[in-house]
Design a protein around this ligand. Structure first.
Ligand SMILES: Cc1cc2nc3c(=O)[nH]c(=O)nc-3n(C[C@H](O)[C@H](O)[C@H](O)COP(=O)(O)OP(=O)(O)OC[C@H]3O[C@@H](n4cnc5c(N)ncnc54)[C@H](O)[C@@H]3O)c2cc1C
Length: 378
């Protein structure tokens, strides 16, 4: 394959064109800051992965001129339902949140990336592909980014928006503290008859694991996320049906399986988000359980915040603004995952008694919805 030529100089080199890198690129393009964005993949991935876009992210996308196009592709959902088996423990409502987007938008990650890419093109820019970064070296005057094809890009700053195994982070002095969860996570895109219907995202706790079922755009189309002890690398339709028979007996009849994956989840936050001329954003800076659907959302908001920091020349403000958010989101997702997957019958009993009581308090429900929607991080 012929590798196209990269520009040789820029102000900001963005490594990675996932949702974080694209949000940063659109922010810089809107502000007229010079940048180059590159990615090792020949084209963006076409899988659903993170399928929840929360209210704060829609507010940010609105600033970037991308909210309307995304909303047109998605399905708005106004509540999360928390269950233990068939029993409702709690409902988390989004429809009274103080925002122009009082819902969560269900839309495949590939659509979110496509909309951001479309906006970037409208602003006259393109992602440089396929360029895999092999090394990132920074000195007092700038950063040299070298690719596996031997090309070099000199920049004043480089941003690692290159995901969990970030080469930018690994080229810096920044540690990535945390751990991995014992269980695997299974993700599947299915068509099915789902008795509870398409009005809510359902989080079902159970002694064998957490199961999240979320309506996606399209008839009978759902995303399933479940913690599982032993899952095959590519779960098939029979596996998914067995899982649902065990965790939601009699409620799901899976008709088709579009895409599936098993992955290990870590909860880690980078010790710093900046090392001299290198910055980290998105999964390169923080990873956590997808239980609340906040990973991609936090990454898009990082990209926007860092873009504004470049535009206003307030780079020192980025880490103090975004690292506390990452720590809080990671801790919240961790608590949610541990509460959902506890093996202790005593803790399960206490959880199942407390949540319905707390759920009767409107302020508690609003606090949970605000935390998930990330509206407290404006
Ligand atoms: C299988 C799977 C399922 C997931 N499911 C969920 C979910 O259900 N809910 C949820 O909230 N989150 C989920 N996530 C996480 C979510 O996808 C991420 O939080 C989100 O993609 C983070 O965006 P990002 O742009 O920071 O990183 P990424 O999306 O990882 O993008 C990084 C980009 O950098 C590029 N790159 C990496 N290294 C290099 C290099 N050396 N040179 C050039 N380019 C490079 C990659 O090609 C990629 O395009 C899932 C992730 C996976 C992998």
């Amino acid at each position: 394959m012929t590798i196209p030529e990269l520009p040789t100089d820029t102000q900001v080199a963005i490594v990675g064109a996932g949702p974080t890198g694209l949000a940063l690129a659109v922010t810089l393009a809107s502000a007229g800051v010079d940048f180059v964005i590159l990615d090792r993949l020949a084209e963006g991935m076409n899988t659903s992965r993170a399928a929840v876009v929360h209210a704060r992210t829609l507010e940010v996308l609105n600033e970037l001129g991308a909210a309307e196009a995304l909303i047109a592709r998605g399905t708005p959902i106004t509540r999360f339902a928390v269950n233990d088996g068939p029993r409702r423990l709690l409902t988390i409502p989004f429809d009274r949140l103080p925002t122009s987007y009082p819902y969560t938008l269900m839309v495949p990650q590939s659509d979110t990336e496509a909309v951001l890419l479309g906006r970037l093109r409208e602003l006259g820019h393109e992602v440089h592909r396929p360029h895999e970064v092999a090394s990132v070296v920074h000195d007092v005057e700038g950063v040299t980014v070298k690719t596996t094809s031997g090309q070099a890009l000199r920049a004043a700053y480089a941003v690692g928006a290159d995901g969990m195994r970030s080469i930018v982070r690994e080229s810096s002095d920044i540690g990535f503290s945390g751990n991995a969860y014992e269980e695997s996570f299974v993700l599947a895109d299915v068509t099915m008859d789902w008795a509870p219907g398409r009005e809510e995202v359902s989080l079902t706790f159970g002694s064998t694991g957490l199961t999240v079922i979320a309506p996606l755009p399209g008839d009978d189309h759902y995303g399933i996320l479940a913690t599982v002890h032993d899952a095959p690398e590519h779960p098939d339709l029979a596996f998914v049906q067995r899982l649902l028979d065990e965790r939601a007996p009699g409620r799901a009849a899976v008709g088709g399986l579009g895409w599936s994956s098993r992955f290990r989840v870590h909860h880690r936050v980078a010790d710093r988000f900046r090392d001299g001329r290198l910055f980290l954003a998105g999964d390169a800076a923080h990873v956590h359980s997808p239980a609340g659907g906040q990973g991609m959302n936090t990454g898009i908001q990082d990209g926007y915040a860092l873009g504004r920091a470049f535009a206003t020349q307030q780079l020192d403000g980025y880490e103090p603004q975004r690292r506390p958010v990452a720590l809080r989101v990671v801790a919240f997702a961790d608590r949610l995952t541990r509460i959902a997957t506890t093996h202790s019958s005593v803790l399960r009993g206490a959880r199942n008694m407390m949540l319905p009581l707390l759920g009767r308090i409107p302020a508690f429900r609003t606090k949970l919805a605000t935390e998930l929607a990330e509206l407290n991080y404006r």
